[in-house]
Design a protein. Structure first.
Length: 367
């Protein structure tokens, strides 16, 4: 149906063009035509004019019939390419580019008024300014779209906070903390308030890791994607946001910039990211710090039951572990390897690598 309508439009267009061009040749024909033809009229129109328009219309119609299939095909090809180009551009880019173009043209027109009165070059200066400032406005708006959107979002969040009081701040997850896996239990327990934010560039990094040729990396990446899917299915307040910074290549740097721009907190287990973010005044929730904080506290003289699993470095020593992984070195525990024993805590040593507990064997309970 659209092709038939376009075909009719093209034929009519060529017919009109043929009539207009034929009328333009009428002065040439008057010099060679008989005077009777020039004076005779039909419905107030001279025979010459009527014949000229008729011939021009017929020729234009024939050309329109012949050319319309090619023109329709070319039009569809062009519109298809334009459509594909527009589909490859995000809605944000289209919107921001349009706004930037409008502002650039507005500034160009205002500046062009000052040059309009200059003889000869005035109109050309206005045209040049429109082209240059229109392009600059569009380019800047697309390049800085994340900052503009973030600024408006931040203003809106501040306004809503002033009305509703304090509300939970969004938590940005980095790649390492997703792969780590402990974030699921922490999230389920309710220690993380507010929406969980996962930027699209973190998802892209997880995808790259999952597609790695290295088996260990591939397994870690797939584990991270599975964890995200699990959280997404179990809770509704996890948001995948499209904010990105094309001028920055490092994912950690993008996280820091996004958190600083939107007032988010970063959830991580990366020591370096933790320090960089804190230096820039960004709140960081390090799950390693949480793990250390919730480790069971033991004091010298306390009696506990442990499973001795291996020999220690020194002769006669046995080694056991608490549920959180803290190592306990038991004096004279070598004789009870593989058994559950009662031990008395003698001392607790805090090192940079973690906590180490020393104990002495009290008795063997059972195998």
């Amino acid at each position: 149906m659209p092709e038939k309508i376009l075909r009719v439009i093209f034929i009519l267009l060529f017919s009109v063009i043929g009539i207009v061009l034929a009328i333009q040749t009428e002065p040439l024909l008057t010099s060679v035509m008989d005077k009777n033809i020039l004076t005779e009229t039909v419905l107030g129109i001279t025979v010459l004019s009527l014949g000229t328009m008729l011939v021009g219309g017929v020729i234009g119609t024939v050309i329109g019939i012949a050319a319309s299939p090619y023109l329709i095909k070319s039009l569809f090809t062009f519109t298809s390419k334009v459509e594909k180009s527009l589909l490859s551009i995000s809605t944000q880019d289209l919107l921001m580019g349009t706004i930037g173009l409008f502002l650039g043209l507005l500034i160009a027109n205002l500046v062009g008024l000052a040059f309009g009165s200059i003889p000869y070059i005035g109109p050309y200066v206005s045209v040049a300014l429109s082209i240059v400032l229109g392009y600059i406005g569009m380019h800047l708006a697309i390049t800085k779209k994340t900052e503009f959107i973030g600024w408006f979002h931040f203003r809106a969040e501040n306004g809503s906070k002033n009305k509703r009081g304090n509300e939970a701040v969004g938590k940005l997850l980095d790649t390492n903390v997703i792969i780590d896996g402990r974030i699921i239990d922490i999230y389920k327990s309710g220690f993380l308030e507010g929406p969980i934010i996962v930027p699209v560039f973190v998802l892209e990094e997880l995808q790259k890791i999952a597609d790695s040729s290295d088996v260990l990396k591939r397994n870690r990446g797939r584990r991270g994607l599975d964890i995200l899917n699990h959280i997404k299915k179990s809770k509704d307040d996890i948001d995948i946001i499209a904010d990105d910074f094309d001028e920055i290549s490092e994912v950690d740097s993008k996280l820091v910039k996004l958190a600083k721009m939107k007032g988010y907190k970063i959830v991580t287990n990366d020591y370096n990211l933790n320090k960089v973010a804190e230096l820039q005044g960004i709140s960081v929730l390090n799950i390693n710090d949480l793990a250390i904080a919730v480790k069971p506290v033991v004091i010298p003289g306390e009696q506990i039951f442990v499973q001795l699993v291996k020999y220690g470095k020194e002769e006669g020593q046995g080694v056991a572990y608490l549920e959180d992984g803290t190592m306990i070195v038991v004096e004279n525990g070598a004789q009870a390897i593989g058994k559950e024993v009662s031990v008395i805590i003698t001392s607790v040593l805090q090192t940079a690598a973690g906590k180490m507990i020393f104990a002495k064997l009290e008795s063997v309970s059972h195998e």
